[in-house]
Design a protein around this ligand. Structure first.
Ligand SMILES: Nc1ncnc2c1ncn2[C@@H]1O[C@H](COP(=O)(O)OP(=O)(O)OP(=O)(O)O)[C@@H](O)[C@H]1O
Ligand SMILES: [Mg+2]
Length: 251
């Protein structure tokens, strides 16, 4: 099966900061693919480029065969984006917000209601459907943000630090949702600095550091590099090795 996401030699600088440095990776249908890296590694910049919100300096990428530079509109119809800091329309209820976005996606009233019922089952939307967003807790906001992102059942979703600020119950709902999402024609890219989430969720992952991919493998193989001390140990070893190869100071 062809890869759902193909990223080739992506580069992006902000002034003198190289945020994304010759980054390439592919994600197949059925996978949860992790982007694991510390603050400032370039994860959000990469996802913003793939979501067509930001232009790369060079390199290319396709999502379900659509080129991010040439077919931006098709790419946007193919993806859903969830991040930790998205705002909602305060005066609307969760249901009204989902109807608003459903109409933007070209969905009928009935299709939106059917999808809301499915998402209610998956994410326990409960009160969020009838209360105004101005009174939402972080967890309630995130449930509606996720529902909004996947309302049109996109083949690809990007999660960027999607569990930050959530309590254990809300976090569990998000993790379970992400784990269940991939199928024969769907995949997830999950960006985080939380090692345990990658271990728990991802099939494969790339370790990103200073915009570069310093390692990529199945999560089991990455963990094995920690020689019994887990992904965190593997992370420090792999980043340290990459820094030495690039002449920097070992992390
Ligand atoms: N709009 C911008 N203007 C200037 N510099 C930026 C901008 N966006 C990102 N950067 C810089 O690019 C680098 C990568 O940032 P990015 O937000 O992609 O990292 P990240 O991996 O998502 O980090 P975090 O875990 O903190 O979210 C950082 O050095 C950041 O300061
Ligand atoms: Mg980020």
């Amino acid at each position: 099966m062809a890869d759902l996401i193909e990223v080739r030699n992506l580069n992006k600088s902000f002034g003198t900061v190289k945020a994304v440095d010759d980054l390439s990776f592919s994600v197949a249908a059925g996978e949860v693919y992790g982007l694991l890296g510390p603050n400032g590694a370039g994860k959000t910049t990469t996802l913003r480029i793939l979501a067509t919100l930001l232009k790369a300096d060079s390199g290319s990428a396709t999502i379900a065969g659509h080129d991010i530079a040439r077919d931006a509109e098709a790419v946007r119809a193919t993806i859903g984006v969830v991040n930790g800091g998205m705002g909602l329309y305060d005066r609307l209820t969760g249901r009204e917000i989902l109807h608003y976005f459903g109409r933007l996606y070209g969905m009928s009233h009935e299709a939106i209601e059917r999808r809301i019922a499915e998402l209610d089952d998956l994410l326990s939307l409960g009160d969020t459907l009838t209360r105004r967003a101005s009174g939402f807790s972080t967890g309630m906001t995130q449930k509606i943000v996720i529902s909004r992102a996947v309302l049109h059942d996109p083949p690809v979703i990007f999660f960027d630090e999607a569990t930050s600020g959530l309590d254990v119950v809300a976090r569990r709902a998000v993790i379970d949702f992400v784990r269940e999402y991939p199928s024969a024609d769907r995949a997830v890219v999950y960006s985080t600095h939380v090692m345990s989430e990658v271990e728990e969720l991802c099939d494969r992952a790339a370790i990103i550091y200073r915009g570069r991919k310093v390692a990529e493998d199945s999560v089991a193989a990455l963990v094995a590099q920690g020689e019994g001390r887990g992904l965190e140990e593997a992370f420090f070893r792999l980043v340290g090795r990459s820094e030495m190869q690039h002449g920097g100071v070992p992390a």
